[in-house]
Ligand binder design. Structure first.
Ligand code: SAH
Length: 390
């Protein structure tokens, strides 16, 4: 048996044999001395070869698979990056859109790596030490595939703490980008990569913005948790009669107003509120025909699920209590730990408490450029419902 390889416990090779990329510390029987983040071969207890993974003994997900065969791991990573870029190309070929998620971590066989494209700027987000050590390989491949003007790093995820690596934000190639103008479905949005949330924009809601646009004609819309107002611009482009945007961040509210202006929406019927959404819902009469609820993840950790569900329930109850008859609600949860079933239960409980007739018209997930590997359902995080309140 290869002395430098990591060996799994008997029976604990099932997940890896099923192409699941994560190896938990409890599955390992022999961990040879290694530098945190180093790549090693992975063997089953009987010595059979399973592939290669990078390892960080400090993290509870101790290893993440880069190859499930004998392909050299760096070649596997380069091939995965090429596949990820090729996957998106045909979807955007016939459009003027200039922003998409190019690499979606485990969903693109690149564990620990997110790459978003905003026009000719790439934003890289690395969540693990193993991927951190592979940064140069990733950068070289992205440069040769896409020749971007600049590559900016936004590795500020809380998971880095568990991995024992500090947050890092700054330019990797080229200068620190000024805010970038992107095009999505004919809308122009200014994305502040450096100062914005996530990598700058919520690309995962593209299809929902499109849906909101088709539901908008003639409707009075509330966009709650509006961030830079992308949903607001979408409903206005779709012919909404009026649109109010609410966000707790003053900067986000200013950006939402600017994005509306940028798209030619400056006249009456637009309201921008720097406010806590819960307070706004309590205070206002909610005379809207379409209400969009796109809050941040209320549960960023498993231990926060109960509190998160309380938050989701309160939010929905406040809306259900006041929404006019016939109102449509587009509601989302991006908490990975609140699954679709639990989210449905929360909505059910809120409807029951509000005593309203609530129906599900449609169900939605994250946009297509956020693929989920069938072997790794954990990366399926965004759930959406279109509800009708009777
Ligand atoms: N719908 C947006 C993304 C929303 S992100 C889009 O498509 O681009 C979540 C937003 O909620 C953030 O801008 C954050 O500032 C805001 N937020 C978080 N908690 C809030 C609260 N209690 N009240 C109002 N806004 C809140």
């Amino acid at each position: 048996m290869d002395d430098s390889a990591v060996v799994l416990l008997p029976g604990k090779d099932k997940a890896v044999r099923s192409r699941h990329p994560w190896i938990f510390s409890g599955a390992v029987s022999r961990l040879p001395p290694l530098e945190p983040g180093e790549i090693r071969s992975v063997l089953a207890a009987d010595g059979s070869f399973l592939g290669s993974a990078y390892f960080n003994p400090q993290a509870s997900i101790i290893g993440r698979m880069l190859a499930f065969d004998r392909t050299p791991p760096l070649d596997a990573l380069r091939a995965a990056l090429r596949r990820a870029v090729a996957l998106r190309r045909p979807f955007f070929a016939g459009t003027a859109d200039t922003a998409c998620r190019l690499v979606n971590g485990e969903g693109d066989d690149c564990p620990g790596l997110i790459v978003d494209r905003y026009a000719d700027v790439l934003v890289l987000q690395i969540s693990t030490l193993g991927m951190e050590r592979l940064k140069d390989v990733v950068l070289a491949e992205l440069e040769s595939l896409l020749a971007p003007r600049s590559i900016y790093e936004k590795s500020n995820l809380p998971s880095r703490r568990e991995e024992g690596i500090p947050s890092r934000e700054g330019p990797l190639r080229g200068a620190a980008p000024e805010p970038v103008t992107i095009l999505e479905d004919g809308m122009t949005i200014l994305v502040d990569v450096a100062a914005g949330q996530k990598t700058g924009f919520y690309l995962d809601q593209r299809e929902m913005r499109r849906l909101a646009r088709t539901l908008a004609p003639g409707r009075r819309v509330l966009n709650a948790f509006s961030y830079t107002g992308a949903f607001t611009v979408a409903v206005l482009a779709g012919g909404a009669a009026a649109a109010d945007s609410v966000d707790a961040s003053a900067k986000a509210v200013a950006a939402a107003r600017a994005n509306c202006l940028r798209n030619g929406f400056a006249s009456g019927g637009l309201g921008f509120f720097e406010a806590d959404v819960f307070e706004f819902l309590r205070r206002e009469s909610l005379d809207y025909d379409l209400i969009i609820l796109d809050p941040p993840a209320f549960a960023k950790h498993k231990s926060e699920v109960v509190a998160a569900c309380r938050g989701y329930k309160d939010l929905h109850r406040l809306v259900f209590e006041k929404a006019p008859e016939g109102a449509l609600i587009m509601t989302f949860s991006c908490s990975r730990f609140v699954d679709e079933k639990l989210f449905g239960q929360v909505v059910f409980q809120a409807a029951l408490e509000a005593g309203r007739r609530v129906r599900v018209l449609q169900r939605h997930r994250q946009a297509f450029d956020h693929p989920v590997s069938v072997y790794h359902p954990e990366s399926d995080y965004l759930k959406g419902l279109v509800l009708h309140v009777g």
